[in-house]
Ligand binder design. Structure first.
Ligand code: HEC
Ligand code: HEC
Length: 273
């Protein structure tokens, strides 16, 4: 009996030694929980910019659309933005322009791009004012020197100018229904997030075969209440982004019922190849 107990113990010891040995030779696979991002009062502009950089690549989801140092497909390359922000708008300091780009993205739309950038202090991105200060300090480093601290005031830049403007109905021209629909798709910024003639995924699913996959009721609902049903995709599609963008550009105030029907009719004719 004693012998058996001894054997069991010896076996266990050997097993433990074996695992210790294996543990030594296999490089440790550590799990990295998402790093806690803390913003402390009194941080220097450089320290704040480092936090801003982390936010840019994580919670800010800026890289969904922007690249730095290469031409993005969805949004302008932000390399050098710290420098060009100084001259973008007359009478506006670089950090004021950058802050305005985040709080009120449609106040200045970079030439050649669609106004699809979401308001950054609103859902789904929802950065706090302190976090926006950090991101602005980081943007300054892209071609310039960070000066922004938590003390910096952005007041003028953050006033919701867009909300004050009365919503004029969308101007839709075109001889036939299809060209009117295309005009609405362009003005709604839809074409920046959806491809219409190819199966390629952009920020949202391709709509090139939406008329085959879905009925008119679903299409209308997807436009009016984008988050009610979230389209399936791998990686998953970001909820809230379409709604936030359409609200941001005042789409729902500007689109008429007639425009919506034209749009839904057109989309339901898209049957893919
Ligand atoms: C859904 C896509 C999208 C996301 C997400 C997005 N942007 Fe943008 N952004 C754009 C587009 C498109 C433009 C150009 C049109 C415009 O000016 O609104 C732009 C413009 C800008 C500009 C102005 C650039 C210039 O040259 O004047 C800045 C600065 C900027 N974005 C920063 C950010 C930051 C920082 C984030 C993350 C917190 C972010 N964006 C997230 C699409 C996006
Ligand atoms: C900022 C990017 C963005 C803009 C602008 C945008 N969408 Fe979307 N859209 C998405 C994303 C992301 C999804 C998938 C998540 C979801 O279902 O809400 C989506 C989903 C859809 C769907 C459902 C697709 C499916 O396969 O189930 C339709 C239809 C649609 N969008 C139409 C439009 C139309 C029409 C416009 C313009 C009026 C528009 N979208 C503007 C990003 C956008």
């Amino acid at each position: 009996m004693k012998k058996v107990v001894f054997k069991v113990i010896l076996f266990n010891v050997l097993v433990i030694l074996f695992y210790m040995y294996v543990g030594q030779i296999i490089p440790q696979i550590e799990s990295h929980p998402p790093k806690e991002i803390t913003i402390a009062a009194g941080m220097s502009a450089t320290e704040l910019a480092a936090v801003g950089k982390e936010l840019f690549y994580s919670k800010g989801t800026c890289v969904l659309c922007h690249a730095i140092g290469e031409k993005g497909q969805r949004a302008p390359d932000l390399a050098g933005v710290g420098e060009r922000a100084k001259t973008r708008k007359e009478g506006m300091k670089d950090f004021e322009y950058l802050a305005e780009s985040l709080y009120n993205p449609t106040a200045y739309v970079v030439e050649g791009w669609q106004p699809i950038m979401p308001v950054i202090n609103k859902p789904p991105i929802n950065l706090s004012d302190d976090e926006i200060h950090a991101v602005v300090a980081y943007l300054q480093t892209l071609g310039g020197t960070p000066t922004v601290t938590l003390e910096t005031k952005f007041a003028a830049a953050t006033a919701p100018a867009a909300a004050a403007a009365p919503a004029a109905a969308m101007k839709v021209e075109g001889a036939d229904a299809a060209s009117r629909a295309k005009s609405i798709l362009a003005q709604g910024g839809c074409i920046a997030c959806h491809s219409l003639d190819k199966p390629d995924r952009l920020i949202g699913p391709s709509l090139f075969d939406i008329g085959k996959r879905k009925d008119r009721a679903y299409i209308l609902e997807s436009i009016l209440e984008p988050d009610k049903v979230i389209a399936q995709g791998t990686p998953p599609y970001p909820p809230g982004l379409m709604l936030g963008t359409l609200q941001g550009i005042g789409f729902y105030q500007k689109v008429t019922a007639e425009n919506l029907l034209t749009l839904v009719d057109y989309l339901s004719t898209l049957k893919g190849k």
